[in-house]
Design a binder for this molecule. Structure first.
Ligand code: ATP
Ligand code: LTN
Length: 337
C-alpha cells in the first residue's frame, strides 16, 4: 500500500477571447502551468463561459476555443499528466457560480478593479451582468476542484483574494467544504508590459504593435521586438521606474532563456539598446517558430482536439460532481431522488 502524500492540486483558466495567446499570457501564466504538471495534480480550463461576458461571435468563439486548446498543447500541456478541459463541458461551474453569487455582497463585487478597468470605455451601464459576476464564476472554477494553488498573472490577485474570502465564508457558515487556495504568481513575470506603451500591461485589448501575439508570423514578432519603445539613455540596466521599456525587454529575455537579468546586464555592458533588441528578436523567433508550427499542425485535426477535451471534461466532472453535491446538501437543497 502506498502512503505517498497526494500531490497538491493546481487549477487555472484562460479565456478563448483572442485568436492567439500573447507573450504576457505565456510568461505570466501558461509557462507556470506547464512546469507545475511535474509535481501537481493539474487541472487547466478554457473558460468559455467567461469568454461570453464581453462581445462575442459564436463561430469565432468556437474557433478560439479550439485554438486555445491547440496552443496549450503546443506549449507543453500534456493530457497524460494534466486534465485539460472546456468550462462549459462541466455544468457544475455554472451551478456553483450561482450559489456563490448568493453569498457574495453586491458591494464586495463592486470593488473588483478589473470590472472597473474593463468598463471605463463604455461605462458600467453598458456592461453585462455576466461581466460583473465574472469573479464569482472564477472563484467557483477554483473551488470546485479544491485547488491548492492557482498560477496566474498579477492582474488576477484581487480575484484570488475574493475566492479565498468566499471559500472561508462558505466553510464557516455551512461547515468545512472547500480548500482555501493560494495564488501562485511569479514575481519576475507577473506583469509583462506593452512593447509600445510600457506604462501599461501587455493585453489583447490594447492589441496594437505593442502586443506580441505568439501565432503571428515570426518575422512580424521579430519586428515588434526590434521596434519596441526604449527609454532615453544608452546603458542596458534593469530599472523599472526609470527604464520600464528596457527592463521589460530584460525580463522577457531572461524568462525565455532561463538566465538572470544580472547576467544579461553584464553581457550587454558597454553595448547599446540595438544589440539587445536584435538578440532578443532572435530569441523570440526561436521560441515562437516551433510553437506556431506545432499549434497549426494540431489545428489541422479538430476531431482529435475535441477528443482530448472530451476526455478532460469527463475527468473534470468526476472531481467537480462530488464538490457540487456537498455544496447542494450543505445549503439545504433536497436530493433530486
Ligand atoms: P488581456 O488582459 O490580454 O485581455 P485577460 O487577463 O483578460 O487578458 P486571459 O487571456 O484569460 O485574460 O489571461 C490569461 C492569463 O494571462 C491570466 O493568468 C492573466 O493574469 C495572464 N496575463 C494576461 N496578461 C498578462 C501580462 N501582461 N503579464 C503577465 N500575465 C498576464
Ligand atoms: N480571470 C482569469 C481567467 C480565469 C481563471 C479562472 C484563472 C477564469 N477562471 C480560474 C484562474 C483560475 C483571467 O485570466 N482573466
Amino acid at each position: 500500500m502506498s502512503n505517498a502524500i497526494p500531490a497538491p492540486r493546481v487549477l487555472s483558466g484562460i479565456q478563448p477571447t483572442a485568436d492567439s495567446f500573447h507573450l504576457g499570457n505565456y510568461l505570466g501564466a501558461v509557462r507556470q502551468w506547464v512546469a507545475m504538471q511535474d509535481d501537481h495534480d493539474a487541472f487547466y480550463c478554457i473558460v468559455d463561459l467567461h469568454g461570453i461576458t464581453v462581445d462575442f461571435e459564436p463561430a469565432v468563439l468556437r474557433d478560439r476555443t479550439r485554438r486555445a486548446a491547440a496552443q496549450l498543447l503546443a506549449a507543453g500541456i500534456d493530457p497524460e499528466r494534466s486534465t485539460l478541459f472546456v468550462q462549459s463541458h462541466v455544468a457544475e461551474h455554472a451551478q456553483l457560480g450561482w450559489v456563490l453569487g448568493c453569498i457574495t455582497g453586491f458591494g464586495e463585487a463592486s470593488r473588483m478593479t478589473q470590472f472597473k478597468d474593463k468598463t471605463v470605455k463604455g461605462g458600467a451601464e453598458r456592461a453585462t451582468v455576466g461581466l460583473f459576476t465574472y469573479p464569482v464564476l472564477m472563484a467557483g472554477d477554483i473551488m470546485l476542484y479544491q485547488a491548492d494553488r492557482v498560477p496566474v498573472g498579477g492582474d488576477q490577485r484581487q480575484h484570488l483574494e475574493l475566492t479565498r474570502d468566499l471559500a472561508g465564508r462558505f466553510n464557516s457558515r455551512f461547515g468545512t467544504t472547500f480548500r482555501v487556495p493560494e495564488p501562485y504568481i511569479v514575481k519576475e513575470t507577473a506583469k509583462i508590459l506593452d512593447l509600445q506603451t510600457p506604462e501599461k500591461q501587455m493585453s489583447k485589448s490594447l492589441a496594437g504593435p505593442g502586443c506580441l501575439f505568439l501565432l503571428d508570423k515570426p518575422s512580424v514578432n521579430a519586428k515588434k521586438i526590434r521596434s519596441a519603445v526604449t527609454d532615453s539613455g544608452h546603458d542596458v540596466r534593469f530599472d523599472e521606474a526609470n527604464k520600464p521599456g528596457i527592463s521589460n525587454l530584460l525580463t522577457i529575455y531572461a524568462a525565455l532563456t532561463s538566465t538572470s537579468v544580472a547576467d544579461l546586464e553584464q553581457k550587454y555592458e558597454g553595448r547599446g539598446y540595438g544589440d539587445l533588441k536584435k538578440d532578443l528578436a532572435d530569441v523570440v523567433v526561436d521560441f515562437v517558430t516551433p510553437f506556431r508550427q506545432h499549434t497549426l499542425a494540431l489545428l489541422n485535426d479538430p476531431a482529435e482536439l475535441d477528443r482530448v477535451l472530451a476526455e478532460g471534461a469527463s475527468h473534470a466532472r468526476d472531481v467537480a460532481g462530488p464538490t457540487l453535491a456537498a455544496v447542494y446538501d450543505r445549503v439545504g437543497f433536497i436530493p433530486a431522488r
